[in-house]
Design a protein around this ligand. Structure first.
Ligand SMILES: [Zn+2]
Length: 261
């Protein structure tokens, strides 16, 4: 059996249950985390087994304070991750979500990921809770730049990207540890979570606050909940349907049922 094999008999009923919830829903929020990017080859830098970060604790090198005091240490740590992100392509889960989005209901993706893979797959409504690697901003003059011409040379030679105006250090517009979320993103995420009638958690262990609280906001207003994540989450007990499985295997199965019966 390979990764794309049909779901086992036991989960066929669950796939149908999830598909039925999606068919009936009018306003859907998909909350995604590192688990939806790992099938695209992007490691979850928070998880200990990722093997990439044995030398440095990400909480230390990727904090806002660390970035300010020793940016070269941050850029050194971030370089392999930036390489993975830069080369990654959307996987079957991103693509299936995009197909469902284009099928016409009110649909918002709220993501904890910084890789832009939902947009690469064609998703139109994406709230990026932890910012994005697509843009950089100058720490001195605050000018914003598209990452494209800066990121590749940085990945190749390791040199810190510098502002074209003032030579200040450019910071990827990602939210570092200890850095406040963008207010607009957080407000958007809360609004859609409170208004949705179905939330689908896909590849998030719901361990990072405050994003982890969004399913509670949806449930408290009567929304249904589907959770697809390899490991248990705190909210599984309140979910209508739970898959402890790979999102790239389960989401395309659900989408197929929703879109093609
Ligand atoms: Zn500048």
């Amino acid at each position: 059996m390979n990764q794309t094999a049909s779901p086992t008999f036991a989960s066929v009923a669950a796939i149908e249950d999830a598909a039925e919830l999606l068919r009936k829903a009018n306003r859907i929020v998909v909350l995604t985390g590192a688990g939806i990017s790992s099938p695209s080859g992007i490691p979850d830098f928070r998880s200990e087994g990722s093997g990439l970060w044995s030398r440095d604790d990400p909480m230390e090198v990727a904090s806002l304070t660390a970035f300010r005091t020793s940016p070269e240490k941050f850029f050194n740590w971030f370089r392999p991750l930036a390489g993975y992100i830069y080369n990654a392509q959307p996987n079957a889960a991103h693509i299936a979500l995009t197909e469902l989005e284009h099928a016409g209901r009110e649909w918002t993706v709220v993501t904890q990921n910084i890789d832009g893979l939902h947009q690469k797959a064609g998703s139109k409504h994406v709230v990026e809770m932890h910012g994005t690697l697509r843009t950089l901003s100058c720490t001195e003059c605050f000018q914003q730049f598209a990452s494209d011409s800066f990121i590749q040379p940085y990945i190749e030679d390791g040199n810190i990207p510098r502002c074209l105006n003032c030579n200040g250090i450019l910071k990827p517009e990602v939210i570092l540890f200890g850095e406040q979320l963008l207010q607009s993103a957080w407000f958007d995420a809360q609004r859609v979570s409170r208004q949705c009638d179905l939330m689908l958690v896909a590849g998030s262990s719901l361990e990072v606050l405050p994003v982890a609280g969004l399913p509670m906001q949806a449930l408290d207003r009567g929304a249904h909940l589907i959770v697809i994540n390899r490991t248990p989450t705190y909210i599984n007990v309140r979910a209508d349907v739970v898959f402890m499985d790979d999102v790239a295997r389960i989401i395309p199965e659900i989408a197929k049922r929703v879109l093609h019966g």
